[in-house]
Write a protein that binds this ligand. Structure first.
Ligand SMILES: [Zn+2]
Length: 395
């Protein structure tokens, strides 16, 4: 005779190891936490879940188990709303060769009633779920990562060659707030490389032109404009607005030292890029916890005397080159926000567009560095004005 549902459930329940919610809570607070799996449907999960849970709806369990639960000997606790689906799911995992599976008893409904810790997934509009779907599909980004990007703030120094592609990609990625520091207006000679600007906006302030392009690309992004040159008098006001990352595209010596010292005092990582003719380079300066990498002064403690400094006169540059370097900077910024991968802290990446080669050089922190070393001697801003009257180099 065929089994009824009650017979089947009674059989399953007697063969599955159960864990009470009190015990589960204690285990999740211990150092030895089990792998927690929520087997409810997507809509139920979106209404809230137990922190740390991996979501695998019951209907996808057989298909997704090996990818999402690679260790078959790990201790796994499953939960659903009331304890039925998790019991069936535990039985399925045992049949798939998982050796240490149990089901929470009863489930999330009671967990919520007991006011035990829970989390809600970030809320997105349908338009956002669609716009960022290719990010959300990546397990390294997902909804949590996308929410982080939308809540993040990136300050771009310069809306020129490097800032233009960086800003466009950061805006497209959904970085929620972009700060733009640039005193210049759009010149026709910029358009060979500064792709955020347009022929119709020649003569407009670069921060306004960039804002127009960013708004059109992604209305989720808020633009904060600073139509001014970064100097010691305004650097604290501009840097002190809660930025997560600075993308530095102002390639001139005085600003480079000011940005280095101010970002260290404000503890904001700087993704630095520079370009010259056919070559470019990128690195990330983050001389504080958790990265503790070198800073710019670890490499070049003081500017060279003016007569030995590289020419500050405008130089030619291959129009595509800042695109490559600016996009690498944007990639670094996104990684720093997501906490994904290995940033270019203590590495310099160089690119030679003619030979089409990338190289990575190791950079070292100097414990005698005048600003980030053990006994710093530079504790306030130094203006190297007049050092380079010619303004920005190939930016
Ligand atoms: Zn240093």
């Amino acid at each position: 005779m065929a089994k009824t549902y009650s017979d089947l459930f009674a059989d399953i329940k007697s063969s599955v190891k159960l864990i009470s919610l009190e015990d589960l809570k204690a285990r999740l607070e211990s150092d030895n936490t089990p792998v927690l799996v929520d087997v409810r449907e997507k809509d139920e999960f979106r209404g809230g879940y137990i922190p740390g849970a991996i979501h695998i709806p019951r209907g996808f369990l057989e298909m997704q188990a090996e990818q999402k639960l690679p260790d078959k000997n790990a201790e796994i606790v499953l939960y659903c709303a009331g304890g039925v689906r998790s019991a069936f799911a535990a039985k399925t995992l045992s049949e798939l060769g998982y050796t240490n599976v149990s089901g929470a008893n009863p489930g999330f409904v009671r967990w919520k009633d007991m006011r035990y810790p829970m989390e809600e997934p970030p809320h997105f509009t349908d338009a956002q779920l669609d716009r960022y779907s290719r990010h959300i599909m990546l397990s390294e980004v997902g909804e949590k990562g996308q929410a982080k990007l939308l809540n993040s703030r990136v300050l771009l120094l310069g809306a020129g060659g490097l800032g233009a592609p960086s800003a466009l990609y950061l805006a497209a990625a959904g970085v929620g707030t972009l700060g733009l520091v640039d005193a210049d207006v759009v010149d026709a000679s910029n358009l060979q490389r500064q792709i955020i600007h347009a022929t119709s906006r020649v003569g407009a302030p670069k921060v306004d032109s960039a804002e127009t392009a960013i708004r059109d690309l992604n209305p989720d992004v808020k633009v904060v404009k600073f139509q001014e040159r970064l100097v010691s008098d305004n650097v604290d006001r501009i840097f002190g607005q809660g930025w997560d990352v600075i993308v530095d595209g102002c390639d001139n010596f005085p600003t480079r030292y000011l940005v280095n010292d101010a970002s260290l005092f404000h503890k904001i990582p700087v993704v630095h890029g520079s370009i010259f003719r056919f070559e470019g380079q990128v690195t990330t300066f983050a001389p504080f916890s958790p990265w503790d990498g070198p800073c710019y002064r670890c490499l070049y403690p003081e500017p060279p005397p003016p007569h030995l400094a590289p020419s500050c006169a405008e130089a030619g540059v291959l129009g595509i080159l800042p695109g490559v370097i600016g996009v690498l900077q944007a990639t670094e910024a996104i990684k720093l926000i997501l906490g994904a991968g290995d940033p270019l802290v203590d590495r310099l990446l160089t690119y030679d567009s003619l030979r089409m080669t990338f190289r990575t050089l190791k950079l070292r922190k100097d414990k005698f560095c005048p600003v980030c070393g053990e006994s710093p001697t530079i504790t306030e801003y130094i203006d190297y004005e007049g050092f380079c009257a010619g303004g920005a180099a190939a930016e």
